[in-house]
Ligand binder design. Structure first.
Ligand code: ADP
Length: 391
């Protein structure tokens, strides 16, 4: 089945047209700087180089219409469209073929992810009206986490407030964590039972997965919670927010901006959120960059400990995303901290670079460690296929 996967962000829209059987990607690209005076349209076709051109995208509708027009010229039939939706709120524990009811719910939960859900809904709206015969499937970053037990997803706030504002742990990166489980299970079969999935990119989260069901994750009501990330601070005492507003005179928007865009690796390195650059500087001995990794690693290990305890043990660890797939030093530092627990990394295997999933622990390691390059687009396309075929 040929599926177009659309990933609309607050100011960008990425897409991929792929075949679910062969996994061949016919075309992919992105629309950048949506809502600004000048934008860029990048498009690449199978076997070809990426072509970039200037474009103006006043809104996401303009962006998706250019994508569909460009793909139309390829003469490849599209059987369905999959849309990545950041927040499914309390409604969606699985992906869904979008109808009017689903659309209303996506908009109802949008205040929980205002920068994303509204523009994602705009893209779906356009696709539904321009190609009414094509199924549009919404795939939520949160739905995989809906199996997290109540004691782990509930915040100890007064009931009326929790209920009125639908406050709970929703998590994120669910599509990636679900892919990690799927691939680990394909490769290891029944040997994988309790998986710690480590998605370490610009955004970072862990998921504790038992027999395919998510039991806990480090992100919370929003993707700000949990690990230290590229520009996000991760977990801090929530009283810091009140303190900054009360004593520092910062507005709500300023605190939001500080914690989401000016913190994490960027704040600690005082340089960049690009972990490659920070790694190079740390290797040269830069104290701020070394400290950034020490903090990142400490939080990673202690939060992993909480995830492992929550699922009552561990047999497999997977690493994914920009840092998880490409930074052997982070993987080694993590595994060394769990050596006592039975995590034995194979140094040579850890250094191998590959796009393929692989085991990097020693053959006799009681706990298996894997690198499983994530593929959220493929996972979304598989959901489209599953739901369309089950109609
Ligand atoms: P996103 O969460 O935006 O999808 P990615 O998964 O692409 O992010 O991860 C981006 C992060 O991965 C960046 O911080 C980048 O510096 C880091 N990264 C990419 N390659 C490497 C590498 N070889 N070594 C260390 N970090 C890397």
């Amino acid at each position: 089945m040929n599926v177009l996967v659309v990933n609309a962000g607050s100011s960008s829209l990425k897409y991929q047209l792929l075949d679910t059987e062969s996994r061949e990607v016919f075309a992919k690209g992105n629309c950048e700087c949506i809502g600004q005076d000048k934008g860029i349209f990048g498009h690449a076709e199978l076997g070809g180089d990426k072509v970039k051109e200037d474009a103006v995208f006043p809104d996401h509708k303009t962006a998706i219409s250019l994508v569909l027009k460009t793909l139309n010229e390829l003469d490849i039939s599209i059987d369905g469209i999959g849309h990545r939706i950041v927040q499914g709120g309390w409604y969606f524990d699985d992906s869904v073929i979008v109808d009017d009811d689903a659309m209303a719910k996506i908009l109802e939960v949008a205040p929980l992810a205002p920068l994303h859900n509204y523009c994602e809904a705009e893209a779906i709206d356009y696709c539904r009206s321009a190609f009414p015969e094509l199924p549009n499937v919404a795939v939520f970053d949160t739905s995989f986490h809906m199996t997290i037990p109540e004691c782990a997803h509930t915040y100890a706030l007064p009931k009326d407030i929790r209920e009125k504002f639908h406050i709970r742990k929703y998590g994120a990166h669910g599509t990636s964590h679900r892919y990690e489980w799927m691939r680990a299970h394909e490769i290891l079969g029944d040997k994988v039972h309790r998986l710690l999935s480590c998605h370490l990119g610009n955004g970072c989260s862990l998921a504790a997965i038992v027999d395919g069901y998510c039991m806990d994750t480090t992100m919370g009501l929003t993707p700000l919670d949990g690990l230290m990330m590229g520009t996000r601070c991760g977990s801090i005492d929530p009283a810091t927010v009140c303190y900054l507003q009360r004593e520092g005179g910062y507005t709500y928007d300023e605190v939001d901006d500080i914690m989401n865009k000016r913190s994490g690796f960027l704040a600690m390195s005082e340089l960049t959120n690009d972990v490659r650059v920070i790694r190079d500087r740390a290797t040269e001995g830069d104290p701020k960059c070394l400290m950034a990794f020490d903090m990142f690693g400490y939080r990673l290990v202690t939060m992993a400990g909480a995830m492992i305890a929550g699922m009552g043990g561990l047999d497999t660890i997977s690493f994914a995303a920009g840092i998880g797939e490409n930074d052997p030093t982070t993987r080694k530092a993590f595994c060394d901290m769990f050596e006592w627990f039975g995590v034995h990394i194979d140094l040579a295997r850890n250094e191998i670079r590959s796009d393929e999933p692989r085991i990097i622990s020693t053959d006799d390691s009681p706990i298996r460690v894997m690198v499983i390059p994530t593929d959220e687009e493929y996972m979304i396309a598989l959901d489209v296929k599953r739901l369309v075929e089950a109609r």
